[in-house]
Write a protein that binds this ligand. Structure first.
Ligand code: S3P
Length: 175
């Protein structure tokens, strides 16, 4: 069976860009959890947070993850907070192989400096401090993965190649 590969990691770690390229290389579907939520609700992530609140957003995330059960040939990019709920972490591992992408806080801050579509990064606190806080809170959840890749200083190609090697060794039977 062509086991899905699921990307977790903080905002700016490259889940969507790496996921898209990895899916292309594998000939798998690329599924982006946030994009699906936007499509499903007809609202931006900012609007879902503003109008419904974070708890409702998390509920939607869980429902969507559960609805993907049984999918094959898929690379799934999750939102950075999808790992917070234990129920979600169980769903992710049941779906397929979990790969966590990470990067140094300063590099994440650089990548996110112009982003205005991340409700959790809005507010007065400096960006680096906000990201560092989120990373510290979530570290045990991000660590709950089959592989972790530090993307600091790496290109999209480097990270995708590393994931391809890992996935091929684990999931594609040798002739
Ligand atoms: C979030 C990350 C975002 C999005 C939402 C909440 C988080 O996804 O799901 O803004 O809690 O870290 P990305 O990691 O794709 O930016």
């Amino acid at each position: 069976m062509a086991l899905p590969i699921i990307l977790t990691g903080p905002m700016g770690s490259g889940k969507s860009s790496v996921g898209r390229l990895l899916a292309e290389r594998l000939g798998y579907d690329f599924v982006d959890l946030d994009a699906l939520l936007v499509e499903q609700t007809g609202k931006s992530i900012n609007r879902i947070f503003a109008e419904e609140g974070e708890t409702a957003f998390r509920e939607r995330e869980t429902e969507l993850l559960a609805s993907l059960t049984g999918r094959e040939r898929m690379v799934l990019a999750t939102g950075g907070g999808a790992v917070i709920r234990e129920q979600n972490r169980r769903l992710l591992h049941a779906l397929g192989l979990v790969a966590n992408l990470t990067a140094d806080v300063s590099e994440l801050a650089q990548r996110l400096a112009q982003a205005d579509d991340r409700p959790l990064l809005q507010g007065k606190q400096p960006l680096e401090a906000r990201i560092a806080g989120i990373m510290a809170e979530r570290e045990p959840f991000y660590a709950d993965a089959d592989i972790r890749i530090d993307t600091t200083g790496k290109t999209l190609e480097d990270v995708t190649a590393q994931l391809l090697v890992f996935y091929t060794e684990r999931c594609i039977p040798k002739p």
